[in-house]
Design a protein around this ligand. Sequence first.
Ligand code: ADP
Ligand code: MG
Length: 168
Amino acid sequence: MTVWKTVSTSVEMTEKLGEAIGKVAAPFDVITLDGDLGAGKTAFTRGLARGMGLSSRVTSPTFTIVNEYNDQQGVPRLFHFDTYRLSCVDDFYDAGLDEYFDREGVCAIEWSSVIEEALPEDRIALSISGNDNTREISISFPDRFYEAFLKVKETMEKEGMRFEDPGM
Ligand code: ADP
Ligand code: MG
């Protein structure tokens, strides 16, 4: 597992980070997004969808719990969750939502801490905090994503983003 820390200075930069990760994301990847209301979890997912080549407008799934986004052939590719309104992990299991992890798409999950025990260990985890236009973002990912994240880093460094690996 690797943990990188970075800073986003605008909503556009957070979206671009999502876009860069969307470009390297593959079916069955799980990306968790934690941070307070207004942290930029949905903004990140908007970029993620764009990076995956999906043209639909991403809106917050707060009331629907999960929104599905299809590619131009109508194949579902992105499952965007917001588990804020679930009171515990049993709500997640009872609604059969864990079955999404077996579907051939990327899962992006806002407020994932509510369903912590249902989450696969093999996942990309972002945690976002900050205020005004500044967001400290911590990104942790399993070793198998290392090459992919070097690409993300390269793309984002061109956008002026700096990365810090606390393990280095
Ligand atoms: P969440 O889904 O985490 O509740 P949203 O993505 O819906 O958050 O909203 C984030 C809000 O914060 C937006 O209004 C956005 O314009 C604002 N914002 C300001 N700076 C940033 C930043 N660096 N990254 C992301 N959002 C930012
Ligand atoms: Mg949101």
